[in-house]
Design a protein. Structure first.
Length: 729
């Protein structure tokens, strides 16, 4: 009879010990799993000798038997984790397994050091001073050479170190191990900040507001309105840590453009004799005012720096307005973006443009705004933005129409006490993301075990999200007057009101993020699973399970727990790196050196846009708290009709769609297309130019565009960005 020693060595040893409880360092109590002793010893032995012989597996089996016997003789119900580890070390030394004991002890010591370093401010500051890549390049749009960014990174190190100590121990431990990711630790929970929001610009512009010592009145022109918007954005972005959006920008600003028109019409009546010529004059002057105002807004947003050392992550939604003023605002937004910034006509990074398609408005050639759709297509082929929202599908998925809060976080439909639908002035309280591939790796092909581990991890996720809510509730209105007292969050609170008035009853969202459905299915069904109905159903069952838990938590606590297809510019790397350290290189999972974001199709297979959208369309109904679809294209500037074909195909299938097409430009040789990443930076494939001053390199990372060529020249940085661009899709 042939014996598989590896299977034997990892089989349960004493079934009667299965009910014993292990008390972890963070205070959690978990069921005793004797298999983990085998796994730890095998891992240590492999670290020393590489591949192992059957005799080595048999030796580990014997040692593990002795450990279990010793634990059983000394403990009947509860055993602390360090007591188990002490027994393992003692028996290894007793059996003269000095090399194995040393590796086992070293591993435990390294883990303890890693935990301590994470909360050691001096250690982290030293990493910043030495320009450690994991610190200075965590955000693709933060230039760590700039003083205020350096200050923010320093403050972030302090905030993260203190924040880890503030978190409940089991949440901090799960984050540090990589079971979960508690987003934005540099800001929260050290401060009770909120995440992203839809600013109530309409209420602020129409009713006035206060910034600093200035009482700001309602604007009397579109130029003043856009100037006020830029000031509001700067102040909101400095009072939270996520993105902010302007919903229905064309409809918001149209009344102020009409004030310009009425002023010009009054002037015209003094000097021009016929009503027709008077109206023509007023329209021409107003059209220029609109263009100048929107151009000013574009420049102001791109030149703003918030207190956290970066340009505000801002999105402008538009496309539904049909009157003359609204149409002119839409056309100005798109044409200004097409024209580019400055004398070199560079691509503007912010604001993100989000254009809405709606049947009867702009979708078909017979619709009144179809010409603006054509301008949007031209803009997307040349500048990657606008992304598009499909009006009917967004309502179907989220319960009401609105743009995302910044990158991809969507509010759900909500009505106030007067049964009025409210979207603007609402916010998100933060994100915690679950490492799904790790659960699959731990399950080792056993689906029943996968669901069991998932249930345990979701209990930690629940505690983490509830903690985020409770911490946000500890803020007072005076902490962020622009948000709570002066209208950005809609309802205006007094200094003594509880900020929870703006969060409770599902007005705010808090988000359960997830990553790596592709890798999970690969673990159970192999890497080519996309056309396997059983595998697809399994991944859908996972997001259904996440949604069921989130819905239950919402019913229990009264906040909207949303499932969020995570924004993960660096998280796809972090989780994979940690899992590679723990499990080694696993085919189609860790060997890629990144995890696939959320529900996205494996980018290595180069699917057509139609294949990708058809595959991904089934997921957002279960994760409507945050989602986006990207499609890859070659250079499209000479073929906008190809992009229109995809937009039209997507209309009834997905709610939110982004365009990824090469738009890099070399000012030395005139090349337009895709620069290649090198150690010197992104490089023109035609002439080799890599000077940021004479080229424009724009990539999409984490839902926003970024200019990696303008960031510091850290070793490997540009290849890293290129990888992120790829696997975020």
């Amino acid at each position: 009879m042939t014996v598989n020693y590896q299977e034997k060595a990892t089989a349960p040893l004493h079934s009667e010990t299965q009910q014993m409880t292990v008390i972890k360092r963070d205070g959690r109590e978990v069921a005793f799993d004797e298999q983990k002793i085998n796994e730890a010893l095998i891992k240590a032995e492999k670290k020393i000798h590489g591949s192992l012989s059957p005799l080595t597996y048999e030796k580990i089996q014997t040692i593990a038997e002795l450990v279990i016997k010793e634990i059983k003789s000394r403990f009947s119900q509860n055993v602390k984790i360090y007591e188990i580890q002490n027994i393992v070390e003692h028996i290894l030394l007793e059996k003269n397994e000095y090399e194995l004991a040393e590796e086992y002890i070293n591993y435990r010591t390294k883990r303890d050091f890693a935990r301590s370093k994470a909360t050691d401010i001096n250690f982290s500051i030293e990493k910043l001073i030495n320009k450690d890549q994991s610190v200075v390049n965590e955000n693709a749009n933060k230039d760590s050479n700039v003083f205020n960014t350096q200050r923010d990174l320093t403050a972030g190190i302090v905030g993260k170190s203190i924040g880890l100590k503030m978190l409940p121990p089991h949440i901090a431990n799960a984050h540090q191990k990589g079971d979960i990711h508690y987003h934005d630790l540099d800001y929260h929970p050290y401060t009770p900040m909120t995440n992203c929001c839809l600013i109530d610009f309409k209420g602020m512009l129409n009713n006035g507001f206060k910034i600093g010592n200035a009482e700001v009145e309602s604007p009397k022109s579109i130029q003043t309105a856009t100037a006020q918007i830029s000031q509001i954005i700067a102040n909101v972005a400095s009072s939270q840590y996520g993105g902010c959006s302007a919903d229905r920008t064309d409809e918001l600003l149209a009344p102020f453009a009409e004030l310009n028109y009425q002023k010009h019409l009054t002037d015209a009546k003094e000097w021009i004799d016929t009503p027709e010529r008077q109206k023509a004059y007023a329209k021409a002057k107003t059209k220029k005012d609109i263009f100048d105002a929107m151009q000013s807004l574009e420049y102001e947003i791109n030149t703003l720096f918030t207190s956290n050392g970066q340009t505000p992550f801002t999105s402008l939604g538009f496309g539904l307005g049909k009157n003359w003023f609204e149409r002119e605002i839409q056309k100005a937004i798109l044409q200004i973006r097409i024209n580019g910034l400055g004398s070199e006509k560079r691509t503007a990074i912010f604001p993100k443009l989000i254009f809405t398609l709606k049947d009867g408005v702009n979708l078909h050639p017979t619709d009144p705004n179809y010409d603006i759709k054509q301008l949007a297509l031209e803009c997307a082929t040349k500048r990657m933005y606008p992304d598009i929202l499909n009006y009917d599908k967004i309502i179907e998925l989220t319960g009401s129409f609105k743009v995302p809060m910044g990158c991809r976080s969507f509010l759900q439909g909500w009505k106030d006490e007067n049964d009025q639908e409210v979207n603007v002035g609402r916010m998100n309280l933060g994100v915690v993301t679950l490492n799904l591939p790790r659960i699959a790796l731990e399950a080792k092909g056993d689906q029943e075990k996968f669901w069991q581990i998932l249930s345990d991890r979701l209990a930690i996720m629940k505690d983490a999200l509830v903690y985020r809510v409770e911490r946000c509730k500890e803020a007072i209105p005076a902490n962020a007057p622009i948000l709570y007292m002066y209208g950005a969050f809609g309802k205006r609170l007094s200094r003594t009101d509880a900020v929870d008035e703006l969060f409770k009853n599902r007005r705010a969202t808090v988000s359960l993020g997830y990553i790596g459905l592709y890798e999970v299915a690969s673990s159970f069904f192999g890497g080519e699973w996309e056309n396997n109905p059983e595998a697809k159903a399994f991944t859908l069952d996972i997001v259904k399970e996440l949604k069921a838990h989130a819905d239950d938590w919402g019913n229990e606590y009264g906040y909207h727990f949303s499932v969020y297809s995570t924004p993960s510019e660096s998280l796809t790397d972090r989780f994979c790196r940690l899992d590679t350290e723990k499990f080694g290189r696993v085919e189609n999972i860790t060997d890629k050196e990144y995890y696939t974001n959320s529900f996205h199709y494996d980018v290595r297979k180069n699917p057509t846009p139609f294949e990708k959208l058809e595959f991904e369309k089934d997921y957002p109904q279960y994760c409507s708290g945050g989602f986006i679809h990207y499609c890859e294209y070659p250079v499209l500037q000479q073929n906008p009709k190809a992009l229109e074909a995809v937009w039209d195909f997507a209309y009834n299938k997905v709610g939110y769609l982004g365009t990824n097409t090469p738009i890099d430009h070399c000012y030395q040789c005139g090349f337009e297309g895709d620069f290649k990443p090198t150690e010197r930076g992104f490089e023109c494939p035609e002439c080799g130019n890599h000077d940021p001053k004479s080229c424009d390199v724009v990539k999409r990372t984490c839902g926003y565009l970024g200019n990696p060529q303008a960031r510091p020249m850290v070793h490997g940085r540009h290849k890293e960005i290129s990888s992120r661009v790829k696997h975020m899709k």
